[in-house]
Design a protein around this ligand. Sequence first.
Ligand code: NOJ
Ligand code: CA
Length: 689
Amino acid sequence: MLIQYFSNFKYISNTIKSMKQYFIYIVASLAVLIGCTTPKPAEVVSPDGHIRLAFALDGNNRMTYQIQVNDTTFITPSLLGFQSKDGVNLSENFRMTGIDFDTKDEVWTQPWGENKELRNHYNEMAVHLSDTTATKLTLRFRVFDDGIGFRYEYEVPGVDSLLLTDELTSFNVAQDGTSWSIPANYETYELLYRTQPLSTIDNANTPMTFKTGNVYASIHEAALTDFPEMTLKNIGGCGFKSELAPWPDGIKARFASNSFKTPWRTIQFAPKAVGLINSALILNLNEPCALETTDWIRPMKYVGVWWGMHLGVESWVINDRHGATTANAKRYIDFAADNNIEAVMFEGWNEGWENWGGTQAFDYTKPYADFDMEEIAHYAKEKGIEIIGHHETGGNIFNYEKQLDKAYQWYADLGIHCVKTGYAGGLPDGYNHHGQFNVRHYRNVVKTAAKYHTTLDVHEPIKDTGIRRTYPNMMTREGARGMEWNAWSEGNPPEHHVMLPFTRLLGGPMDYTPGIFDILYERAKKNPSRKQWNMKDSKDCRINTTLAKQIANWVILYSPLQMAADMIENYEGHPAFRFFRDFEADCDWSEALAGEPGEFVVIARKAKDKYFLGAATNEYARDVTVNLDFLEKGKTYKATIYADAKDADWETNPTAYEISEKQVTADDTLTISMKRGGGQAVSFIPDNH
Ligand code: NOJ
Ligand code: CA
């Protein structure tokens, strides 16, 4: 024991010499040498000094960390480490062999994103440890002004593989508070959000957002590329522990080598809820871009042969209601070309839909007989429209992997460089959607797509942990209850859209597929060939928002591939569709201006010289006043306002909207009036545009 602390002391003395001023290292060993029994922790603070993270070995030499925010304990001592099969020690009797401190302050750019330019500013503490059997571990802690991240880097000499059975990482939150989360589930994130005291949560998926005292926080993970997903399990009071999605044999993670690095475990902190949205913590903790070129990657607005299937007026499978026919494809391409929309997506174009829910055997290079792929690709090219391909797997990833290269090559040969994928169905052989096996599959698809200069929109994905920084062709994904639920279930309640930005979207973009204008499905109800195909008949379903809120969601629910999801006949001639024509999927700057989880949100974005604002509320009407000081000073803009009409109400009068115009500058304020379940969208176009 004494020797252990003595060696720490020698090491620390050396480190202190090179240590920069802002790192506080309290010498653990010194305390022991002068007769105290409790070692003091190693600490690292945020660049602005308000977040303080301390690492310590407890009385039993178990690894722990704790966090203070604004000098108040936020996370009380919480365990770290893993358990493994076959007796490899990954958590006990460790001793510190050294500490390295570092700092970084850089600005980096990305090819697309909410903000093209991001600042990565943190202080790092890397704690090096080893145990008596020579397991080596570096615990790398990074503390930013907007949160913390840490990861494990293990090396176990003398073994050739590692099987993890449990993760011990805990988050013992010091105080109770309100939380917003979905339940933990290894198969799906398409679940409704819960607002409840933190202490009453049994389990949750991440990002799990909460407020205790005056601090908003969200627990999540970054850079999940070869590990199972982390969910959170309550271990008493406001304490949570990581629960990893297992392999079919119960093992949580396996490595065919003697070392592994985990994803980052993250906690974002902000004094206001919108601070969580404006944080780049998750992206900053991912590796820089691994692709040689990115000039082939571009954000796009799109429409698609899609909603008709969900409403039951068209079908994926070939029959007399088939949606993806050559004639319909051309109609959508024409509409896109006429409306400043870059791309069109077609579902149900390939053989195999007759097996959906059965063998899930799709063929990714065989179009149905009434869908002439070559002719459609040629037609789209002539009109300057991109095609977004579609690969539904039904969860049969073995069938997909067998065809992967061929499928992406085939599309690339046709000039198709963007693909929506889907995993709607259980995986075979006891695998789940969110375990390490499938995480590896998702990453494999991203890398394969990149080989063919193809971008991705993944439905039923693994959660977003910011890997778009490393692979910017991984553009958008679903991973929450999207629009489709409104077609065949009780639907997404008004609070859902003002919950997503503070929870799911902290991970990254979402392909929610917003913008349904036929809120009550009047057209579908008149269609005699409509059929029920899923949970509820669409005649009993509807959209639970006003029309203005549907428009606002194009701004609020950020996606670099942004869909106008309705059937195009519901947009043709509709005055409010002008917003989408003017809108840009690409974006240079964004800021969440105001909001509270589950209540309301206001977000502004800049795209070239235009600005767009989206505001939405839950089932309560409210007025919010915002400063327009984000606009460029000295310029005058034409603001076109798409608002709820005075008598609009999501339940009783959802389609009542008003469009008005006015001249504004950066010195003005704007009062946004939203009715129950409503919203507002504004485009700001400079006078000289
Ligand atoms: C679920 C996806 O989320 C949806 O967008 C798609 O239409 C269906 N699966 C069929 O692929
Ligand atoms: Ca889905």
